[in-house]
Design a protein around this ligand. Structure first.
Ligand code: ZN
Length: 400
């Protein structure tokens, strides 16, 4: 039976047993590629992977020809915002629209897991519940839930969106810790502070007082969860470092300063991870080649010092979903194919302690991204996705 017919007759709800035959497989950034490989998925986990001549396929609901295709572990986008237009519609009417929006923004770019690092209160947790119940088709979601702004520091670009909602400013350290506790107990996987908030006017960037930042970060750590920060500038970076934040949501090219070896050394000695979001500086209201080049310098210095780099695009805040540019810019900063693959797979899985994801190995979750070309030859191929498979289910398939 041809592949097309298999697809038409396979029931997506039960398509948990599948086999990919004859693909090139990169099991992880530090393992050699397997040419003409077979991957067997049973019950949502990887049952076998290896050269096709050595793998016993057994019966399967679905066979995907991997001819000319390249398989990597399911990709992570560690910086997104789940602010989807259809979230405003009644839950009974928006399942298909939400599925389509998640596809356009995330799954068609190969993402099987995303970290939502600020959205409207409760919205990402609610969406995750709907995805897990099968009502909506989408990726695995981790979320910080609502963010924490400094007092008087609701960012200028978010004021319209947040009008009419309870303030997300810190108030007192005690009140902020109480909200962090509520969010973490309610299902949030982390917290996010605006260590430096862009408020415009005379002030420009308003830093969060250290005591306020520490209160929120300490609460996350008490729950065994990480803290993210939006730094904006080097003053914000100081708050980030001193409060014990774990993940930087951006570099800081806006203030025009290079990252020195001394600054990078402080970031890495605090075991901070970095999400580059290089594309953001290209699509910002004031794009400049100089800002992009500075962001690349900051990423390069951080990566050269051995810091953990997490792939992330700010999708949902920026209008662009296409990830090709981000890969080009990361490569332009000097990152290798292996480093970029790690930022998409093993590094986030390790950083966020999801031990069942990040590699194509027997027993791991069958989260797989199937590419139409080899990103080792041509880095934009990471954005050329043929299939996105989450827990053995095909959640996106290219129509080409
Ligand atoms: Zn963002």
């Amino acid at each position: 039976m041809s592949i097309t017919l298999m697809c038409l007759f396979g029931s997506p709800a039960n398509a948990q047993d599948l086999v990919i035959v004859g693909a090139k497989v990169y099991p992880s950034p530090d393992a050699s590629a397997i040419l003409d490989a077979t991957v067997v998925v049973r019950g949502g986990v990887i049952a076998a992977v290896g050269p096709s001549s050595q793998v016993e396929r057994g019966p399967s609901d679905r066979i995907i020809s991997g001819d000319g295709l390249v398989v990597v572990a399911g990709l992570w986008n560690s910086h997104v915002h789940l602010l989807l237009p259809s979230m405003a519609l009644p839950p009974g009417e928006n399942a298909e629209a939400l599925s389509n929006e998640l596809e356009g923004m995330l799954t068609r770019w190969g993402f099987t897991t995303v970290f939502d690092i600020a959205s409207l209160p409760g919205a990402a947790i609610d969406l995750r519940r709907r995805i897990e119940s099968g009502d909506v088709r989408g990726p695995n979601i981790l979320t910080v839930d609502a963010p924490f702004f400094p007092n008087g520091g609701t960012p200028i670009y978010l004021r319209e969106l947040l009008k009419g909602l309870p303030s997300m400013e810190v108030g007192t350290p005690e009140a902020a810790a109480a909200r962090a506790r509520r969010q973490l107990n309610g299902g949030a996987d982390a917290v996010k502070i605006f260590a430096g908030a862009i408020v415009g006017g005379e002030i420009g960037v308003l830093p969060m007082p250290l005591e306020d930042a520490k209160a929120v970060v300490a609460e996350a750590h008490r729950h065994g969860k990480p803290a993210f920060a939006h730094p904006s500038n080097q003053e914000g970076l100081e708050v980030t470092i001193e409060s014990g934040v774990d993940v930087l949501a951006h570099t800081t090219p806006d203030d025009g300063k290079r990252w020195t070896p001394e600054l990078v050394g402080r970031l890495t000695s605090h075991d901070m991870a970095l999400i580059p979001t290089l594309t953001l500086w290209k699509v910002s209201p004031f794009p400049s080649e100089r800002t992009v080049a500075l962001a690349q310098q900051q990423l390069a210095a951080f990566a050269a010092a051995g810091g953990d780099v997490l792939f992330g695009t700010d999708a949902g805040y920026i209008q662009t979903s296409d990830t090709s540019e981000e890969y080009r810019l990361m490569q332009g900063a000097g990152l290798s194919f292996e480093q970029i693959l790690a930022s998409l797979t093993t590094t986030p899985a390790a950083r966020f302690s999801i031990r069942s994801k990040g590699r194509i190995e027997v027993g791991m979750d069958a989260d797989l991204t199937v590419l139409a070309a080899d990103p080792a030859n041509h880095i934009e191929a990471f954005a050329d996705v043929a299939y996105t498979i989450r827990g053995g289910r095909v959640i996106f398939q290219s129509r080409r």
